[in-house]
Design a protein around this ligand. Structure first.
Ligand code: DGP
Ligand code: NA
Ligand code: NA
Length: 210
């Protein structure tokens, strides 16, 4: 079906409650229904030892200096790189809910230096596409469960959104921006059509690094 061809690394980014989890699940289900091997992941991946520390931090049961938690989020991505690489080389498309850009956006929103935040992300696998679900944070606060974790405050999310906007404008054509306030099915249709165009193209392209 996909012999000798690698899968694509597809990332969803955006503020909390922007619909990333819903859209990434819909995309994986669609690809699998068409016989295209695809698997879901999300960062932070909370089951590893580092992931458990991150979970304690996010649920406010643990405090850590901003720089320390930043590097732990990055380490959490690094510890899963071989797994991602192997899956891509075996022809599976990996659909990830958050990646390096969340790392930069959430830490830079606290006031850490943008370039310092990006540095530990260098060398991670560069995504083939980033789907950025963009919405004014005030529109997201009434979605379910908003407000339970550390970062889920509208003022902070506004600063996160500004950093995502900057990254989107700097990273260029592999970023695709969507209006996250649109109906789920409309967004899914747009995302599906970009993905279906992308997959045949990446199959023979070497992996790049951030
Ligand atoms: P999620 O499981 O996608 O809801 O993410 C949990 C929270 O962690 C969410 O508020 C975004 C934040 N987050 C995700 N990745 C990073 C990261 O690399 N650095 C920081 N500081 N925050 C992150
Ligand atoms: Na969240
Ligand atoms: Na999520």
């Amino acid at each position: 079906m996909n012999a000798g061809k690698r899968g694509a690394l597809i990332i969803f980014e955006g503020c909390d409650r922007s619909g990333k989890s819903t859209q990434s699940q819909l995309l994986v289900a669609l690809l699998n229904s068409k016989g295209i091997p695809a698997l879901p992941m999300n960062f932070p991946e909370r089951s590893s030892i580092i992931g458990q520390v991150i979970n304690s931090y996010l649920t406010n049961s643990k405090d850590l200096p901003d720089e320390v938690i930043h590097l732990m989020f990055s380490t959490n991505r690094w510890e899963h790189m071989n797994y991602i690489k192997q899956n891509l080389h075996e022809g599976r498309t990996v659909v990830v809910d958050r990646y390096s850009f969340s790392g930069v956006a959430y830490s830079a929103a606290k006031g850490l230096d943008f370039d310092w935040c990006y540095a530990p992300e260098r060398g991670l696998i560069k995504p083939d596409a980033v789907f950025y679900l963009r919405a004014p944070p005030a529109d997201l606060t009434n979605r379910t469960q908003y407000g339970e974790e550390r970062y889920e405050k509208v003022e902070f999310q506004g600063r996160v959104a500004k950093v995502f906007d900057r990254i989107c404008s700097e990273q260029g054509s592999y970023w695709h921006q969507f209006d996250a306030t649109k109906p789920v099915e409309d967004l899914h249709a747009q995302i599906a059509s970009i993905t279906e165009e992308l997959l045949p193209k990446v199959g023979t392209q070497p992996l790049e690094m951030l």
